[in-house]
Design a binder for this molecule. Structure first.
Ligand SMILES: *Cc1c(COP(=O)(O)O)cnc(C)c1O
Length: 355
């Protein structure tokens, strides 16, 4: 048995893989594969409508927001956000909490002016800057709620009075949020929602269409909203598998239930990191992520010995990102507590063996 701690593409529930594999052979007794049905067929229409309805229900999305399923990953959103929301001559405010936040700001600077309101690059992004102010004339404020590489997370929306845009790629659906706090939320599906290939965008309708800029339709949120995410051929299979995962989440009891599990999972792992003399967390304690747990050891020799032992015990994907080193355990929704316990057991075993 493998325990998949990979940062993305992520683990999904076994039930979802089972059902998706069946649909590849014969989708809902149509005699056709999900891979060959028309995206304009009534069968797929039902899939995308159910996916949207589940997002709306699970996240309690107000009716004046559009729910879109786009392509190009979160990286395309780095460009689409300023193209759609940053008027000529105006400025956008960005909080710099890691590589993804930096990339988002860099893409925006190709469209207009960008102000970095604060950065934690001075300590390799191991904390979240708290004291900063956003200029009241900024067109919008952008931040990354969970910094996948560094293992930090922003749980409270910063208090700003301009429209707020958030990259929730790696903590979407992991905890209850108030959609009305945000004007646009985006997330590449492959961290916590589904397979790679689809990006979820939830956008408040009345912030759109105000830049005076004419956009190619493919980069225009309004064009996608008007077409119900069917402006062009959507990623049919990725949307289908995401829909299955959203069903799974609903059957589990929804986001408030998974949030409690996620709290326990993260606490279990952080407790062991704190207790075990061989390991050290890299993120500032009050900013620690519930989705990506980053930790290091004292020497490269210890780290390679631990990695080897962990791999022998079925752990996959725990090597840290090269910019932090050490280890990163990504503990997304579908990863059960039994996998957390298995990792804790390996950490204890390493301690015993080293005595
Ligand atoms: C992975 C990740 C991205 C990049 O996503 P792509 O879909 O590969 O473009 C952006 N932001 C965050 C927070 C991520 O974790």
């Amino acid at each position: 048995m493998k325990h998949n701690f990979g940062a993305g593409p992520c683990i999904l529930p076994q039930e979802v893989f089972q059902e998706a594999s069946q649909a590849v052979i014969d989708f809902n007794n149509t005699g056709l594969s999900i891979l060959e049905i028309s995206h304009r067929s009534k069968e797929f229409e039902q899939v995308i409508q159910e996916a949207e309805a589940l997002v709306r229900e699970l996240m309690d999305v107000p009716s004046d927001y559009s729910v879109l399923f786009l392509q190009g990953g979160a990286s395309q959103q780095f460009a689409m956000v300023p193209m759609n929301l940053l008027p000529e001559g105006r400025k956008a405010a960005y909080l710099d909490t890691g590589v993804w936040a930096t990339k988002a700001a860099k893409e925006a600077s190709k469209v207009g002016q960008v102000a970095i309101v604060a950065s934690s690059s001075d300590k390799n992004y191991s904390y979240i800057p708290k004291e900063f102010s956003v200029p009241s004339d900024a067109a919008y404020f952008h931040y990354t709620s969970n910094n996948t590489i560094y293992g930090t997370e922003i749980f409270e929306k910063p208090n700003v009075d301009v429209p707020t845009i958030v990259d929730m790629s790696s903590d979407i659906l992991s905890r209850v949020i108030n959609i009305a706090d945000f004007d646009l939320i985006y997330a590449g599906a492959q961290k916590n929602m589904g397979p790679a290939g689809v990006t979820l965008v939830i956008v408040k309708n009345d912030i759109l269409g105000r830049t005076g800029r004419t956009l190619p339709a493919i980069f225009d949120y309004e064009a996608h909203a008007k077409a119900g995410s069917l402006y062009n051929t959507p990623p049919v299979f990725s949307i289908y598998v995401s829909m299955l995962n959203l069903r799974w989440l609903k059957e589990k009891g929804g986001i408030s239930v998974i949030e409690q599990e996620n709290i326990i999972k993260a606490r279990t792992l952080y407790d062991e990191i704190e207790r075990n003399p061989f390991f050290r967390g890299t993120a500032n304690e009050q900013d620690r992520s519930r989705m990506n747990v980053t930790f290091v050891m004292d020497t490269p020799e210890q780290e390679s010995a631990f990695l080897k032992l962990a791999q022998e015990r079925g752990m996959v994907g725990i090597k840290g990102h090269r910019s932090v080193g050490g280890f990163r355990a990504s503990i997304y929704n579908a990863l059960g507590i039994s996998s957390i316990n298995a990792l804790v057991d390996v950490m204890k075993e390493f301690e015993e063996l080293s005595k």
